[in-house]
Design a protein around this ligand. Structure first.
Ligand SMILES: CC(C)(COP(=O)(O)OP(=O)(O)OC[C@H]1O[C@@H](n2cnc3c(N)ncnc32)[C@H](O)[C@@H]1OP(=O)(O)O)[C@@H](O)C(=O)NCCC(=O)NCCS
Length: 179
């Protein structure tokens, strides 16, 4: 499945609130039934770390109105029947992409951007970023930030393609309590 060539609603820009749809993905906030699939996708994309419980990260993101996890499902009509019938090709409705979003009162942040490895490179990452930006803007953010692990610099070209530039900041941190 390529995910391209889909005739579907054109843009996520006007549909914010807490859900959006785009040409290849139906983007909504995560539901209880999605959580295991979200964690499986993050693991498949090597985004989890032993010191971060992904289930807790999802639960925490869902606690308030200013953060959530967005999930993108293959929009109906995006997966040709012959492709859907073949092997482990994605099917309409399958969860193919995620992004965690949150507003800290000033900036919007994006985490856990992931696309199913079977369909990476087909435009879904761009769609999820557009959906995440729209969610953040609707939630009041005037700018978006994200962090890229130094071990994942291969992804920098992707973000550059989408207009993201180095903010010339060094990120410092330390853990609090037993969190
Ligand atoms: C990073 C990721 C989300 C990108 O999603 P994707 O679906 O593969 O990317 P897309 O197909 O939407 O690419 C969008 C554009 O970026 C370009 N691009 C993608 N990866 C690129 C790279 N490494 N270098 C340069 N350009 C790149 C594409 O050519 C495309 O350009 P176009 O729209 O002008 O044709 C996906 O590869 C992924 O899940 N990676 C593993 C998890 C990860 O590292 N997440 C980021 C954590 S910070």
């Amino acid at each position: 499945m390529t995910g391209r060539g889909v005739d579907a609603p054109a843009s996520v820009g006007g549909t914010i609130g807490r859900a959006a749809s785009s040409s290849m993905l139906e983007v909504t906030e995560v539901a209880d039934r999605d959580v295991d699939a979200v964690v499986a996708l993050w693991r498949a994309c090597d985004l989890t770390r032993p010191w971060n419980d992904p289930y807790r990260d999802i639960a925490d993101a869902r606690l308030g109105e200013t953060s959530t996890v967005l999930v993108g499902r293959a929009a109906s009509g995006t997966v040709p029947d012959d492709a859907a019938a073949a092997g482990d090709a994605p099917r309409p409705g399958d969860l193919l992409a995620t992004a965690m979003v949150g507003v800290d009162g000033h900036r919007g942040w994006m985490y856990y951007l992931a696309v199913d490895p079977r369909v990476q490179g087909t435009g879904l990452g761009r769609e999820m970023v557009v959906a995440a930006e729209a969610w953040l803007a609707a939630a009041g953010a005037r700018a978006v930030r994200l962090m890229v692990r130094s071990t994942n610099d291969a992804v920098l070209g992707f973000y550059a393609r989408l207009g993201y530039v180095d903010q010339e900041c060094t990120v410092l941190g330390r853990r609090l309590g037993d969190a």
